[in-house]
Design a protein around this ligand. Structure first.
Ligand SMILES: *Cc1c(COP(=O)(O)O)cnc(C)c1O
Length: 219
């Protein structure tokens, strides 16, 4: 199936109010252009330099989302271009995003990435630590960050019950945290190619879909 066909199919399938993020990491600009021509405007990248390079080449009305683990020394590459940083996962990173955003005269939208699985490898905030940071007013020190919601990944497994548990948990985290933020805390980013249909059942507001649209990635 072509990129256009997949995007059109997904757009038809997703309910009103659920954003489709086309995860274009590792794919060439030609593939992104094809998606753009099919009307896609929100793209997700996982490497700062790659995001920057693509943003410089492709049309200006694209929304760029940073979804990969972000090192503090790379924040400066994306701050002028990024629409939403979905992988804010530490206080140190918040501090650096705030610093670079201030230098650029921007307020940057971010999602709090939460580690909800039992897996070791994935990045994200431990929920308890995040909660104590947020409830202690931690973000008040960072006026150039606007926290828009949470992002997370389910366990990599064929066991649907585990995936459901993870999405339910993430939705609960978002609900609990919302008490500390305003109305703009409206985003629940969860669901990828293999599990987005389950995420829809738990109230996701953004699905991040790569391989279904663009095919397999070549690393
Ligand atoms: C790569 C990636 C995706 C997309 O994964 P697919 O399985 O290709 O849809 C979604 N979210 C994050 C955080 C990713 O790193």
């Amino acid at each position: 199936m072509s990129i256009r066909t997949e995007i059109e199919r997904l757009r038809e399938e997703l309910p009103e109010g659920v954003r489709l993020l086309a995860v274009s990491k590792f794919h060439p600009v030609e593939a992104l252009s094809e998606a753009y021509d099919a009307g896609q405007r929100a793209f997700g990248e996982s490497r700062p330099q790659e995001l920057r390079l693509k943003a410089e080449i492709l049309p200006r009305d694209i929304e760029w989302h940073m979804i990969g683990h972000l090192q503090t020394n790379k924040v400066k590459y994306i701050v002028p271009f990024v629409t939403l940083i979905e992988s804010l996962d530490s206080e140190r990173l918040a501090q650096e995003i705030n610093r670079q955003a201030e230098r650029c005269g921007r307020v940057i939208d971010c999602l709090l990435e939460i580690h909800i699985t039992d897996e070791e490898s994935k990045s994200g905030w431990a929920y308890d630590e995040l909660m104590s940071f947020v409830s202690g007013g931690g973000f008040q020190a960072y006026p150039n960050i606007r926290v828009r919601g949470v992002m997370g990944m389910a366990t990599f497994t064929d066991d649907e019950a585990v995936v459901r548990r993870d999405f339910k948990r993430l939705a609960e985290c978002k609900a609990e945290l919302s008490e500390y933020f305003g109305e703009e805390f409206d985003t629940l980013s969860m669901g990828m190619s293999d599990d987005y249909r389950i995420a829809l059942e738990y109230g996701t507001t953004e699905v991040r879909i790569g391989s279904t649209i663009f095919g397999a990635r070549e690393y």
